[in-house]
Design a protein around this ligand. Structure first.
Ligand code: HCA
Ligand code: CU
Length: 388
């Protein structure tokens, strides 16, 4: 099967095909995007969620669960935020987790000095660059921003720590200003630059364009942080990877300011369809549900019904036509195998939309013996009852 794989529509010839999803090519294109790393920010962005008030013990439980799941980085609230935040940051650094520990600071020396003493592996530095933030938040111009970026980055590097530099509200910032700032910080040796869609305004195409442009300007890694105000956070993350981003910010269930950011589970759903082998090998997907339940409990919300993978009906099939095909071959109506996440599918049979194949399967599950004609009569009864 010939599949065109890149945005320019260039054909790359006969690629091996992902049998669950024959329209999704595998091969070098996918291996590029599946090298992505997760910066898990439930304990930073997630702490900005309206219902989040994590005590130390809860933070430690979440950090350990994220580590068990296999995220690459865990990002923590700035130690400059409060005395307890600083202590919690130190406590998490001492857990000896496999994931690298980052903290997130404003681009000011005072924050950097506190953060480098906590034992973190790296610092995520951020400053607002949009005219809104320059006018209504910190009030500084680009010259000042560039000067402080250089000072803070050099200081963090002198301590031997990893450093990422990001601009807040990147999509409403002046492109020329932004690129010249990133070029400067790339030259002085940041590990990553970050783009943030702070207000969730960006469309997938805008994300693709900005990341692609930035990819041509810097040689370091590119991280992206995407808010979900217009429901694009997962799609935008995928587009960023297609354009050359290397690191995606997530939080469990997407919790964060307002309605949050790219969710960890949603990103897993998206990425398993792109490269099942890599995702199933790298992440402990069977732990997703427990991880989400842990965070949902901690912030007192229910997992949304339409959550990818773990929403209560994510693998429920109802209409008779669907049920029949699913029972013959689940891939007909499922792009993700629930078993990859330790989940199970459910074929609904008690509704007016049911079909006799679903009823027959249920009869078998109950260990009953009925002829097909009998099953068909029962099916008609179920439909009649469902109508009233
Ligand atoms: C905020 C800051 C931030 C930072 C993102 C980043 C955003 O809470 O307003 O450091 O990449 O969304 O801009 O979360
Ligand atoms: Cu944010």
């Amino acid at each position: 099967m010939t599949i065109s794989t890149d945005s320019k529509g260039a054909e790359r010839g006969h690629l091996p095909v992902n049998t669950r999803n024959p329209y999704q090519p595998v091969g070098d294109y996918i291996s590029n995007i599946s090298r992505f790393k997760i910066i898990e920010s439930t304990l930073r962005e997630g702490e900005q969620f309206a219902n989040a008030f994590f005590d130390t013990e809860t933070k430690i439980r979440i950090a350990k669960a994220l580590d068990d799941f296999g995220v690459d980085y865990i990002e923590l609230t700035s130690p400059a935020a409060s005395e307890q935040s600083r202590k919690d940051c130190e406590a998490i650094c001492k857990l000896g987790l496999k994931a690298k520990i980052l903290t997130h600071i404003r681009c000011i020396m005072e924050d950097a000095r506190i953060a480098v003493e906590t034992g973190v592996d790296g610092l995520d530095v951020v400053i607002g660059t949009s005219h809104f933030l320059r006018e209504f938040s910190h009030g500084k111009d680009m010259e000042y921003i560039t000067k402080s970026a250089i000072e803070v980055i050099n200081f963090i590097k002198s301590k031997g720590l990893e450093v990422r530099f990001s601009s807040e509200d990147s999509f409403r910032s002046d492109l020329v200003d932004l690129l010249s700032l990133y070029r400067t910080v790339d030259k002085i040796g940041v590990n990553r630059v970050g783009i943030a869609d702070t207000v969730g305004c960006a469309s997938p195409r805008q994300v693709y364009d900005l990341v692609r442009t930035l990819r041509g300007v810097v040689s370091c890694d590119i991280e992206i942080h995407l808010h979900d105000d217009t429901g694009c956070a997962i799609a935008n993350a995928y587009c960023a990877l297609e354009a050359g981003a290397t690191h995606i910010d997530t939080s469990v269930l997407g919790i964060g300011e307002r309605n949050g950011i790219t969710s960890l589970g949603g990103l897993m759903a998206r990425m398993i369809v792109a490269d099942r082998e890599h995702v199933t090998k790298k992440y402990n997907l069977h732990k997703l549900k427990d991880l989400e339940d842990l965070v949902a409990g901690a912030v007192q919300v229910n997992t949304p019904f339409n959550n990818p993978i773990t929403g209560f009906c994510a693998f429920t099939h109802k209409a008779g036509i669907h049920a029949k095909a699913i029972l013959n071959n689940p891939s007909t109506y499922e792009i993700i195998d629930p078993a990859d996440f330790g989940m199970t599918r459910y074929v609904h049979f008690a509704s007016r939309l049911t079909g006799w194949n679903a009823v027959k399967t249920r009869v078998g599950q109950l260990g009953l013996f009925m002829t097909d004609d009998q099953v068909k009569i029962v099916t008609q009864k179920i439909k009649a009852l469902a109508d009233v």
